[in-house]
Design a protein around this ligand. Structure first.
Ligand code: SAH
Length: 340
């Protein structure tokens, strides 16, 4: 089978054929895939690019993931947490800029217990009833997810990180398990959230087989959103000396996921934009349809350092760059479109 036929039959490609594509794609194959991915996106979502205002609410974390700069063992991380007032102010400013989704992301910080978080979510829901509220606060109990949903949250981002058990264990300390991560994702879905998962490309120890496991998992779970970005090393983690993941392979996987899950919301991630200066634009050209400008307060910008060099771009210049690609920024909530 030529790679071209592989791309045409992507949705029903046997694992071995997909392996060959991932291992031996040419730039021409990638281009061909991106054309296909753009067609699929256009069919489902037209030219729309959805914006999500990212508010990084806490850099405290009780976990010790080997890849992340916010891991609890990193004594050099700058820790902060936003107050409720600061978070509400971000929403107010974001709304004025046209944003209709707010994403509250943070490390696993026990200070943000259900009571405090539900109060914040409730206030946002009350103040901006036409907006979607997305949470990305890691692993919690089902009851907690349910309480936050009740308070008004609509979506939850929890990357599965890798769907391969062995690989998962090599990226995390023993107490963090793929099993629990997937339990969380299933709970989120059952509670009623639009669920987002995702993975890093090129994380240490990742093989092509791990990526095939990720694709199998996505096909099976069919998340509403998928975040895919290259692994980027952070100097104060055990993975400081590991090489970064490839932006090209990240783009290829974005294109593949667009074709496999036509209705998925796919961000051109911050990591992709950090790994390559025009990474976000290339992400949109590969099939992504979401951008998450950072709207965290100035006092904490640059302190949510999950990897070195993380860019903190907000809305500046975004419109022009998106229109330059023949796409358009829209100010609607942008919920996932359900397909048959
Ligand atoms: N505590 C939350 C949010 C984590 S930050 C949670 O567990 O979901 C969001 C994502 O950043 C993570 O899920 C991970 O995929 C990504 N990330 C963390 N460290 C990274 C690194 N060094 N390089 C690239 N991406 C990273």
């Amino acid at each position: 089978m030529t790679n071209l036929t592989r791309i045409e039959n992507l949705d029903c490609l046997p694992r071995d054929e997909m392996r060959v594509l991932l291992e031996s794609y040419t730039p021409e194959d990638a281009e061909c895939l991106f054309i296909r991915a753009r067609k699929v996106r256009e069919r489902v979502y037209g030219r729309a690019v959805y914006l999500r205002g990212l508010i990084e609410i806490s850099s405290y974390c009780k976990n010790d993931c080997y890849y992340c700069g916010l891991r609890k063992s990193n004594q050099r991380a700058q820790r902060y947490r936003l107050s409720k007032e600061e978070i509400l102010k971000c929403c107010e400013e974001g709304y004025a800029l046209g944003l209709r989704t707010f994403v509250l992301q943070g490390g696993e910080d026990s200070w943000f217990d259900d009571e405090r978080l539900c109060d914040i979510v409730h206030e946002i829901r009350r103040g901006w009833p036409d907006c979607a509220i997305t949470l990305s606060l890691g692993e919690r109990g089902r009851e907690s997810y349910a309480a936050l949903f009740e308070a008004g949250a609509n979506r939850y981002l929890l990357r599965h990180e890798t769907a391969n058990e062995k690989h998962y264990q090599s990226l995390h300390p023993e107490e963090l398990t793929l099993r629990n991560r997937l339990r969380c994702l299933r709970d989120l879905r059952e509670v009623g959230y639009q669920a987002g998962c995702g993975f890093m490309v090129g994380s240490p120890g990742q093989t092509v087989d791990c990526l095939l496991d990720d694709l199998d998992f996505l096909r099976d779970f069919r998340p509403e959103m998928v975040g895919i970005g290259p692994f980027l090393p952070h100097g104060d983690t055990p993975f400081a000396q590991e090489p970064p993941g490839s932006p090209e392979l990240t783009l290829l996987l974005l294109g593949i996921v667009r074709v496999l899950l036509p209705g998925a919301l796919l961000p051109a991630t911050t990591a992709l934009g950090t790994a390559s200066p025009d990474g976000r634009e290339r992400g949109l050209l590969a099939g992504a349809n979401v951008i998450m400008p950072n709207i965290s307060p100035a006092r904490v910008r640059g302190k949510y350092m999950i990897y070195d060099g993380k860019e903190t771009r907000g809305m500046e210049g975004l419109q022009g760059r998106v229109e330059g690609l023949g796409l358009e920024i829209t100010n609607v909530r942008g919920d996932a479109i359900e397909l048959e």
